[in-house]
Design a protein around this ligand. Sequence first.
Ligand code: UD1
Length: 430
Amino acid sequence: MEQYVIKGGTPLVGEVEIGGAKNAALAILAASIMTDETVTIENLPDVRDINVMLHAIEGIGAIVDRIDAHTVKINGSTISGMLVDYEYIKKIRASYYLLGALLGKYKKAQVALPGGCDIGSRPIDLHLKGFRALGAEVDISHGLISAAAEHLEGTHIYLDKVSVGATINIMMAAAMADGKTIIENAAKEPHVVDVANFLNSMGAGIRGAGTDVIRIVGVEKLHKTQYTVIPDQIEAGTFMFAAAATKGDVMVKNVIPKHLEATTAKLLEVGCEVEEFDDAVRVVCSKRMRHTQVTTLPYPGFPTDMQPQMSVILGIAEGTSTVTESIFENRFRYVDELTRMGADIKVESNIAIIAGVERYTGARVSAPDLRAGAALVIAGLAADGITVVDDIYYIERGYEHFEEKLASLGAQIEKVSSEKEIQKFTLKVS
Ligand code: UD1
């Protein structure tokens, strides 16, 4: 089992390049099987979740040609099966995007039902409601979701809750339905827009992505395209917060500053400086941060995927802060780990009340999920002494070369896989 070992206390200084957005890329890869022509996707992040999705696509018979770490060519003309196995869905829930993609293209699909997840219950009722509204018969039995239709018919769909996954899945199926579909109360996240742009580059007729009403005119066929995935706003935000926690000065490059507005606003509130450029942001934080209040909300609100990182910086800010999680009910599982590093946090229902401490103290902690794992690394970078983060498998699901990028900013961090290596690192840095 690999771990990160970190000696905290060094301000991060320098420049870091942000990769492609994992959550956009997952959906784009699924959508790429919707044409029989070859699709080229660039700026893919080389992370575990993406590789699982590529295997799932190969698993149904498509040709996947990895040109290099960040580029892939996919050809969906050889698809032989409509069944996406539990093997994939248990590793990444996002393989359910193949349901919308296969249903749109072939009018039938079978995908294993996603199991429980680490950040709370994550139903897919809205996805299924959308497919049914388009005319598909949807049935759940033996752990499988089966969806099938003679033909899909455009319709008016109101989503009871703002859902990124449901918006994208329904958009994919509707892109190849007969006639016009309107999705109301749609998610507005940048990756929803990116998937719409990708589908449109293949000939789809999607308008309004990025607003809460998406209008789709179905087409019979989609064609080849070459497409570059947008930068990852959560990876960018994570580095911005790492700069703040260590009182550093970091230029975060290859980003779309507009997508980072909620993150930037919170950094300004706590007293950091943020300078925006065309495709970069510079974060400078030279004094102790101040307390603030944060509530996670759908885009353009503060992203739930930045919530653990936010709590980590508020944990060492002056005064008492509150962080309210309004999207997923079980997203405070890192609090016990952070408490082991000296944090003073009480969780009541979906609110964390954070009394800022002077500093964290290095400890042995475990990553409970992807973003919380990254947040614990940030805490370790800011802490006195040595922190060991276990279960970094989760972090590698979504961050490419995380420790290398941090080390290039001056962080003292290494990936290790034995107690001996931890001791060696400790001797080296002491
Ligand atoms: C996506 C992101 C995830 C992010 C989340 C919210 C991917 C692969 N994952 O997850 O990183 O944290 O958006 O920005 O892109 N809901 C229902 N019924 C449904 C679907 C969702 O009740 O059918 C609820 C969920 O339980 C949750 C809320 O809607 O409370 C939002 O979830 P959703 O936006 O769908 O999240 P995901 O697409 O799963």
